[in-house]
Ligand binder design. Structure first.
Ligand SMILES: [Zn+2]
Length: 90
């Protein structure tokens, strides 16, 4: 029988970020971008999958219409930005 008598080593606290600042790359001119972690699941419009509660992700809040805010996985938002920025082409 394996002996499982591990002493409780200081477990690293779960990473909690006090600030909700979005990474620079994620910012868009006509919306406010914040990094959040919620208590309920959200649907990511990028991959159409769920963002699970407690997972840090981005919320994009259009300045004109705050009710139209969307929650995105960081990776999906990055892809979306690549797409739309590529399309506009400057
Ligand atoms: Zn996604």
């Amino acid at each position: 029988m394996p002996r499982r008598h591990r002493r409780r080593v200081e477990e690293p606290a779960p990473p909690r970020r006090p600030t909700a600042e979005a990474p620079l790359w994620a910012l868009v001119p006509d919306a406010e971008v914040r990094r959040v972690s919620g208590e309920k699941p959200y649907r990511c419009p990028g991959c159409d999958h769920e963002i699970r509660p407690g997972v840090w992700h981005l919320v994009i809040v259009p300045r004109e219409d705050a009710d139209a805010r969307r929650h995105w996985h960081e990776g999906c938002w990055r892809i979306e930005l690549n797409r739309t920025r590529g399309r506009r082409g400057g």
